[in-house]
Write a protein that binds this ligand. Structure first.
Ligand code: SF4
Length: 354
């Protein structure tokens, strides 16, 4: 017989005992401040814990409260986020901080149902902040929890599929305890992060193996099922490196769309055309020597960049030239380059150029 929520309640005590004994000491686990927990959750989405720790500590030192973040300049927020990627999250964070101050005087609502009303806070983050900061009896589901549930129950469903999400939220709501929800939610995620991992789950060290269908049936590593991969798209790019007096010319991407508002070297997409670099540059270049060939991946796009030295055929005054789509030119000294809010590929190029 497959275990249901009633049988699964039996595993709560051993899972919590395991979590109390082995949980990792992470900076955001030493606080109940909803602001800090929210920042950590935003950073942890799609980024590894080890990579987040330093960024988290610098970010909360620079913006120690929701008010400080709300009042900050957008570019300063993007710079503090620099290196984490997914800059849309930084913009959403900034906008949500402003909304929190405007609507709630900077005081976080304590239940997930209220938090989720704020733009930029989804059901997972709402559940995490409510349960961890306020110990509200609110559930959460992330990729770790989906994987753990699929294995416990032997669900033969694709990773991140709508049906897996629906069932996972239903089960999470049924299992979340009236008291100690924050600890329970973190124990579930910790199990997924360190024992019930996507590859090679450590079933022999698992505190709840006795309740696990996938372990019993030898399906642990197979669940949840793999998703079909979308076809990749090859993109060819000509990247201009314009140097003058030890400074580089960068262009700011439009405020909407992919990599919105980030800085990059002036680039022209030569094939297939207008996929990731949809705007025609207004400036004209004389191109010189090839400096490098760079490969870079953005979601399903495989970018093949040819990087060339270039000079402008007419002078550009720093910060003044605006092209038809509102991009603007910025001069930057080489030392400052690494601290700017750059695209991932511009960051890669900076490392090559120095
Ligand atoms: S027994 Fe294995 S598959 Fe099941 S929850 Fe534990 S680690 Fe995951």
């Amino acid at each position: 017989m497959k275990p249901g929520p009633v049988a699964l309640r039996e595993l709560q005590a051993p899972l919590l005992a395991w979590y109390r004994a082995v949980q990792r000491d992470l900076p955001w686990r030493r606080t109940r401040d909803p602001y800090r927990i929210w920042i950590s959750e935003a950073m942890l989405q799609q980024t590894r814990v080890e990579a987040v720790i330093g960024h988290y500590e610098r970010f909360v030192a620079r913006f120690p409260s929701v008010q400080a973040l709300a009042e900050a300049d957008t570019q300063a927020v993007l710079e503090a986020w620099s290196g984490l990627g997914y800059y849309r999250r930084a913009r959403a964070l900034h906008a949500t901080a402003q909304e929190l101050v405007a609507r709630h005087l900077g005081v976080f609502p304590q239940r997930a149902a209220e938090l989720v009303q704020l733009h930029g806070i989804g059901p997972y983050t709402a559940g995490a902040v409510a349960s961890i900061a306020f110990d509200a009896p609110d559930a959460l589901v992330d990729g770790n929890v989906e994987r753990v549930f699929a294995r416990w129950l032997g669900w033969e469903l694709p990773r991140a599929s709508p049906e897996l999400k629906r069932r996972s939220w239903q089960l999470a709501d049924e299992l979340v305890p009236a008291a100690g929800a924050g600890e329970w939610n973190q124990a579930l995620m910790e199990l997924g992060a360190v024992v019930c991992t996507p590859r090679k789950p450590r079933c022999l060290a698992c505190p709840v193996a006795a309740w696990c269908t996938a372990h019993r049936t030898g399906r642990a590593e197979a669940l949840p099922l793999e998703r079909a991969k979308p076809a990749t798209l090859e993109v060819e790019l000509l990247v201009h490196v314009v140097r003058e007096g030890g400074q580089y010319l960068l262009v700011k991407r439009p405020e909407q769309g992919r990599m919105a508002g980030l800085l990059e070297f002036p680039s022209i997409e030569t094939a297939p055309g207008e996929v990731l670099w949809p705007r025609a540059l207004q400036a004209e270049f004389a191109t010189g020597d090839e400096l490098a060939r760079v490969r870079h991946a953005i979601t399903r796009h495989r970018i093949h960049a040819r990087v060339v030295e270039a000079r402008l055929l007419r002078p550009v005054v720093a910060g003044e030239l605006a092209d038809a789509r509102g991009a603007r030119w910025v001069y930057s000294s080489p030392e400052r380059l690494g601290q700017l809010a750059l695209t991932g590929m511009a960051r890669k190029l900076c490392a090559l150029l120095h």
